[in-house]
Design a protein around this ligand. Structure first.
Ligand SMILES: Nc1ncnc2c1ncn2[C@@H]1O[C@H](COP(=O)(O)OP(=O)(O)O)[C@@H](O)[C@H]1O
Ligand SMILES: N[C@@H](CCOP(=O)(O)O)C(=O)O
Length: 308
């Protein structure tokens, strides 16, 4: 039996709309992500379990993980023996934590291991992006590659091997707070402008390229100082109840950056100390999340998708 874990991720990472993403590891050692098990069976079988299984369509054919299995059998490994594929759906849907990417990455990675295919890393990443694009309203890699490869990734179609890993300050802590309600990614993409004025495009390019260069040269504080999102956040913030209040309150508690994780509604902060992260988490638990929500203090998951 093959059992694969894929971590949650922060799409956009504030400064890199559709181009930057980070994999998350809660510092208390808990796993925050989906798990897929593949084992031999008499005929192909699909099971969806886990805390959020009941939030997904009950028809297997509408579940991305099952769709990945069907595609894999038809187009990648037609001679693979029949399997039972179980998705443990541990991430909330429409959360901004890369939930759909997580299921897709875990499923393809598990099937690839089980069938021992000769797919290259880049081919697998492309396949994963194809499937996430089915539900998210646009093709983007910023959940797929961090989830699969771990760490912080600069990612996209024109990037060699689809992704370049970036270093971060090991002292940074990330608080990820899921407020407990869903926001569909396709909906949160539909409120974005279709075109950007030249000035904004140039500023976006400057900010992202400077951010990456600063990280690659170890100037972490300077990188942190220019983090910001003028592309998506102003349009999405009104869709996320409590976000604007949190953005105002958290800097006084030590948040260096407060932004939307992926398309939201999860909010994330970057903090330079554990104490600051704890203060932000306490505030978010009191003021941002409901009974269905949760909050984790994290660092980056450098390992990405892996066998358990
Ligand atoms: N295994 C799966 N995991 C997550 N979403 C799935 C899965 N299978 C199908 N879906 C559907 O895909 C859509 C994902 O919504 P989206 O807002 O993109 O989620 P997220 O931002 O959390 O990835 C939902 O309509 C959901 O029902
Ligand atoms: N770059 C995408 C990221 C979507 O992430 P998700 O976790 O909300 O699916 C976007 O901003 O739309």
């Amino acid at each position: 039996m093959i059992e694969v874990y894929a971590p949650a991720s922060i799409g956009n990472f504030s400064v890199g709309f559709d181009a930057l993403g980070a994999a998350l590891a809660p510092i208390d050692g808990r796993l925050l992500g989906d798990v897929v098990q593949v084992s031999s069976a008499i005929e192909d079988q699909f099971v969806c379990s886990g805390n959020y299984a009941n939030k997904l369509p009950s028809e297997a054919s509408e579940n991305l993980a099952y769709q990945c299995l069907v595609h894999f059998r038809e187009h990648v490994a037609p001679t693979m023996l029949p399997v039972k594929l179980e998705l443990k759906k541990n991430l909330p849907i429409g959360s901004g934590l890369g939930s759909s990417a997580c299921s897709v990455v875990a499923t393809f990675a598990a099937l690839d291991k089980f069938a021992e295919t000769a797919l290259s890393q880049e081919q697998l990443i492309e396949l994963m992006a194809d499937f996430e694009a089915r539900v998210s309203g646009g093709r983007h890699y910023d959940n797929i590659t961090p989830c699969y490869l771990g760490g912080l990734q600069l990612t996209g179609d024109i990037i060699p091997n689809k992704s370049i890993a970036l270093p971060v300050d090991k002292q940074w802590y990330y608080v990820a707070a899921f407020p407990g309600f869903s926001l569909n990614t396709a909906k949160a993409r539909s409120v974005l402008p279709k075109q950007l004025p030249m000035h904004n495009s140039v500023e976006f390019a400057q900010r992202l390229s400077a951010f990456c260069s600063l990280l690659l040269t170890g100037r972490y504080d300077a990188a942190l100082a220019i983090m910001g999102d003028e592309i998506a956040e102003p349009h999405r913030a009104p869709l996320i109840s409590g976000f604007s209040e949190a953005k105002l309150a958290l800097p006084a508690l030590g948040a260096e950056v407060v932004s939307i994780s992926g398309a939201g509604p999860t909010l994330f902060t970057v903090c330079k100390s554990l104490k600051a992260a704890q203060q932000c988490a306490a505030w978010l638990e009191q003021n941002y999340i409901n009974e269905q929500g949760f909050c984790h203090i994290c660092q980056l998951d450098e390992r990405g998708t892996r066998q358990l």
